[in-house]
Design a protein around this ligand. Structure first.
Ligand SMILES: [Fe+2]
Ligand SMILES: [Fe+2]
Length: 177
């Protein structure tokens, strides 16, 4: 497997779309359990991952690299309980952090300072993503057998969140959703 920045960047477009697809599958599973807040949380995460992919795609095009879209693997869409998909999501975010770190490393090794600068936002974003998935997993544990407490938690926290598009984020192809 190639480890140069351009190859890793192409792989990462697929990784982010895979993450998006996985979060749609998780959201749909929660919706089928009639847990709308958890469903909404993961549908929103799916949009963010889609935007990450479109930011990478935009950078590929802006830097005159090839922008061939890769295929993506089938996501896991069946779970035994509410904790399982959240554990899967946390593992996914930790894996993405490793992928982003490898990209930052490759950019530096190649003295590609534009690429290195581009990756900075993604490094910061992964701190937030791992942290929020860690928080959700802890809340699932606190709630024990009553997942409705997680729904209450998300209702409160979503109401508090300011939301909106991050003005420091790199531009996404076609504009961020
Ligand atoms: Fe992402
Ligand atoms: Fe993520």
């Amino acid at each position: 497997m190639a480890t140069d920045f351009t190859s890793l960047l192409a792989d990462q477009v697929g990784n982010e779309f895979s993450a998006s697809q996985q979060y749609i599958a998780v959201g749909a599973w929660f919706e089928q359990q009639t847990l709308p807040e958890l469903a909404g949380f993961f549908y929103q995460q799916a949009v963010e991952e889609r935007n990450h992919a479109m930011m990478l795609l935009k950078f590929q095009m802006d830097t005159d690299r090839k922008a061939d879209l890769p295929g993506i693997a089938q996501p896991k869409s069946d779970f035994a309980n509410a904790k399982e998909p959240v554990e899967l999501a946390l593992a996914q975010e930790k894996r993405v952090t490793e992928q982003i770190t490898a990209l930052a490393n490759a950019a530096r090794a190649e003295s590609d300072f534009q690429a290195e600068q581009f990756m900075q936002w993604f490094l910061k974003e992964q701190v937030e993503e791992v942290s929020s998935m860690n928080d959700l997993l802890k809340i699932i544990d606190h709630a024990g057998s009553n997942v409705l407490l997680v729904e209450d938690y998300l209702t409160r926290e979503v109401a508090k969140a300011t939301g909106g598009v991050d003005p420091t984020a790199p531009p996404a192809a076609g504009g961020a959703l």
